[in-house]
Design a protein around this ligand. Structure first.
Ligand SMILES: NC(=O)c1ccc[n+]([C@@H]2O[C@H](COP(=O)([O-])OP(=O)(O)OC[C@H]3O[C@@H](n4cnc5c(N)ncnc54)[C@H](O)[C@@H]3O)[C@@H](O)[C@H]2O)c1
Ligand SMILES: [Fe+2]
Length: 386
């Protein structure tokens, strides 16, 4: 089987490029656009400017802002109802991964009526949605360049992974200036999410020669810049590098895969209402320590690529150095321990472990991990991360 690499048709990057989002929509023959915008930016000047530019080009637009972080099927239904009422033909999504994901599935739902749960899993979207221009405002998920969306099914209380090439945005507009406003905890959590994408894409059983260099380049940028972006939020170079790293992380994992960290973080995040980046961050060091013996040379290559070890060091030394760095990074970025995230409620945590382990396995992500865990091992890993 040949290797397939999906990406948006156009990727625009650079400070100020948000203003090009309108032109891109026009070039896609949009006439009526639903602008799915993160509530944080709903009243931002640049959104008004984009709307004014669209209007000058004859494109009508309406805003949709009624969705929550880690969006739900209800959010999607509200958005697709507005899409139909407005008779929209295109979507502009502006915001974090939540805005981008909800926009992707609003598009899919507009083209395929029925419950949102019909899309759960791999390749379950029959008809393509409308053209979508994605403008990320966090440097984390890489959703602007992935064929994935994560939507919570409120009836079954599961985070549905929806994976289909039809979800790849038509265009991505990556303007790091939109990330200056991220507070420190958000910068940390989404930055470690991007790092997790790079590492998991690289060690996955689905890694390939096209994703490898993209993943390593993402990891290197994060190694060199995440701390600076966190300590000095106005540092343009660090913010720009993090935005590019997040984009690369998305391109890498969507054409390889995520693995055990993401498999475990989805149920954990859902049960304890943790943001996606945080639930990954608290698991990354522990899961990496468990996984590296299954792909020593790959993890060692990552450590050497960021100069945590040299070619003179054994793979084992390099892998240990990588895990030490991940621990140190969480410490430096003030990522809390899992027990703090769960309010110290050990009994509740304990009671939920079997369900979280089985939901993790059911998502399919752990099966791509260098070491494929049994359910009891996932339970053990959750306990170790506590
Ligand atoms: N589709 C994918 O490929 C993919 C990959 C990873 C994660 N995800 C999903 O993405 C979601 C998480 O996205 P996220 O981590 O980007 O966070 P988010 O979109 O949930 O945003 C988190 C919070 O930050 C605010 N915010 C956004 N941009 C901001 C900015 N520039 N300044 C200040 N505040 C800002 C938002 O309003 C929100 O309150 C989860 O649902 C996760 O499952 C998707
Ligand atoms: Fe992620």
């Amino acid at each position: 089987m040949g290797i397939r690499f999906d990406s948006p048709r156009a990727i625009v990057t650079g400070g100020g490029c948000r203003q090009q989002a309108g032109e891109l929509l026009v070039s896609l023959h949009a006439e009526r656009s639903l602008i799915v915008v993160d509530p944080f930016f709903a009243a931002a000047d640049f959104v008004d400017e984009i709307r004014a530019a669209l209007s000058r080009a004859g494109v009508a637009s309406e805003l949709f802002t009624d969705f929550q972080p880690d969006p739900t099927d209800q959010n999607v239904l509200a958005g697709s109802a507005q899409f139909s009422r407005f008779r929209a033909d295109s979507i502009l999504a502006i915001g974090g991964g939540s805005a981008l994901d909800v926009a992707k599935i609003i598009g899919a739902a507009a083209a395929n009526p029925g419950p949102v749960s019909q899309f759960q899993g791999y390749h379950r979207i029959s008809k393509s949605g409308p053209p979508l221009v994605a403008v990320p405002t966090t440097a984390g998920t890489g959703s602007e360049a992935t064929k994935v969306a994560v939507i919570t099914d409120t009836n079954r209380n599961v985070k549905m992974m929806i994976l289909d090439p039809k979800l790849m945005p038509t265009a991505a507009v990556v303007d790091y200036e939109l990330t200056f406003s991220m507070p420190k905890p958000l910068t940390a959590h989404v930055g470690v999410d991007a790092l997790t994408h790079g590492i998991e894409a690289y060690v996955s059983r689905k890694a390939n020669p096209l994703t490898d260099p993209v993943a390593l380049s993402s990891i290197s940028k994060i190694h060199a810049n995440l701390r600076n972006a966190w300590t000095d939020p106005g540092n343009g170079n660090a913010r720009e590098a993090m935005s590019l790293a997040a984009l690369q992380g998305g391109l890498a994992f969507t054409n390889s895969s995520v693995c055990l960290v993401h498999g475990m973080s989805r149920p954990l995040g859902l049960m304890f209402r943790l943001p996606h980046g945080l639930s990954n961050s608290v698991l990354l060091p522990t899961v990496t320590r468990f996984s590296w013996p299954g792909a020593q040379s790959r993890y060692a290559e990552i450590a050497r690529a960021v100069n945590l070890a040299s070619s003179k060091n054994s793979d084992e030394i390099a892998c240990n150095a990588l895990v030490d760095w991940l621990d140190q990074l969480n410490h430096d970025l003030e990522v809390p321990r899992l027990r703090e995230c769960c309010g110290g409620d050990r009994d509740r945590f304990h009671g939920l472990l079997p369900k979280m382990a089985s939901d993790a396995l059911e998502s399919g992500s752990p099966q791509n991990n260098p070491v494929v865990p049994a359910p009891e091992q996932i339970v053990e890993l959750f306990e170790l991360a506590w």
